[in-house]
Unconditional design. Structure first.
Length: 368
């Protein structure tokens, strides 16, 4: 019997990474100034998150959007193929519907080239699309939490994954869309609530945080992620891309264990260069590239874990950060863990840096 694909191993690393670093907060802090500058137009502010994960980053973005645009309807759309991460994200939503009641929240399991428009490119699968509107009753977070938990049954049935026979990558069995909003706001939000016949949106802000494998060439990053996101921008929309950049203590750990590893072969400069050389001139006139910046993220640790002898807990957490950020293959990690060398390397680098940090690169592509 063929087992359904599960993101078990990678999810464990991801969840440990999220809970032991400040990355999501740091990224959100750097996105906030861009949210301040948005001038929403009717029918409302539209934001797309190209990969929700557990929802930690997106919830911060929604808080910022409310602070800067409290009286504007918000359409928040995202994609996530992992059913477990969808559950975690939905668990964080109830308070958002209390603070900003004029919110439409959309999540699908589709690919980057499909998710913004909520339509599968596979016509056979598109005919079977599962489209579900959730109209939340009540007005309190506990009211909404109970109803959002009930969505689990829908997820178990409709968020299944299979292997794409052409690429070998995981893909959805059936395209599925959840549209969630408060029932008492349906009239006010009617112009912004998507339907099966009205799915297309252009977004004021698109966030693509760690959206691809770091080792793939710039060409594929643009073709499969960045180009579809540029196409989904509104006339003055911004695409904010964040990815790991290396040249940090986390990467030093990897270099000590695997000297030949080169996880970050195509960064912002390579991506921008490829876009400029491959996009039609007319398309290039419609976009501009804002200066990139390096943002520093830290491993969370108590002072007594770092000073006066490195605690086992921080070695374990730092090792997880290093292999996760540098996207080291699980088989290589298992082999390295058979010896104690990695523990010595991690402890030494933590001592040298009084902790552990890693660097992300953030750059912006804006519609003119």
């Amino acid at each position: 019997m063929k087992k359904n694909f599960r993101f078990f191993d990678n999810r464990q690393k991801y969840l440990l990474f999220v809970t032991t670093t400040n990355e999501k907060n740091i990224i959100a802090d750097n996105i906030h100034p861009h949210i301040k500058k948005i001038k929403p137009t009717k029918p409302g502010l539209k934001i797309f998150d190209a990969g929700m994960g557990d929802g930690s980053l997106l919830m911060n973005i929604m808080r910022q959007a409310h602070q800067e645009h409290p009286h504007v309807p918000h359409l928040i759309s995202t994609k996530e193929i992992s059913m477990e991460d969808v559950r975690l994200g939905l668990e964080k939503l109830p308070d958002r519907f209390v603070e900003h009641k004029n919110t439409v929240f959309i999540i699908s399991n589709m690919h980057y080239s499909e998710a913004a428009n909520l339509q599968s490119n596979n016509q056979t699968k598109q005919k079977k699309i599962n489209w579900k509107n959730i109209k939340l009753k009540g007005s309190t977070s506990i009211d909404f939490a109970k109803q959002l938990r009930d969505i689990n049954k829908f997820l178990e049935k409709n968020w299944e994954i299979e292997t794409d026979l052409r690429t070998g990558n995981p893909t959805y069995k059936i395209p599925s869309v959840l549209v969630i909003y408060r029932r008492d706001q349906e009239f006010v939000l009617s112009d912004i609530i998507p339907t099966k016949l009205r799915t297309r949106n252009k977004f004021d802000l698109i966030i693509a945080s760690q959206p691809y494998r770091s080792r793939i060439p710039a060409e594929k990053k643009v073709k499969y992620v960045i180009a579809p996101m540029i196409n989904a921008l509104s006339k003055r929309g911004k695409l904010i891309i964040v990815h790991a950049a290396g040249k940090d203590p986390a990467n030093q750990i990897i270099k000590k264990i695997w000297p030949n590893e080169k996880p970050f072969s195509s960064l912002a400069k390579h991506i921008v260069k490829y876009i400029k050389s491959s996009f039609p001139k007319e398309e290039l006139k419609k976009i501009k590239f804002l200066d990139k910046k390096i943002i520093k993220c830290n491993l969370r640790a108590l002072p007594n874990e770092v000073y006066g002898g490195i605690a086992t807990s921080i070695i374990f957490s730092a090792w997880n950060v290093a292999v996760y950020v540098n996207q080291i293959d699980d088989f290589k990690v298992i082999e390295a863990e058979k010896t104690k060398k990695y523990q010595q390397v991690v402890a030494k680098i933590i001592n040298q840096n009084k902790g552990l940090y890693f660097k992300n690169e953030l750059f912006v592509i804006s519609k003119v």
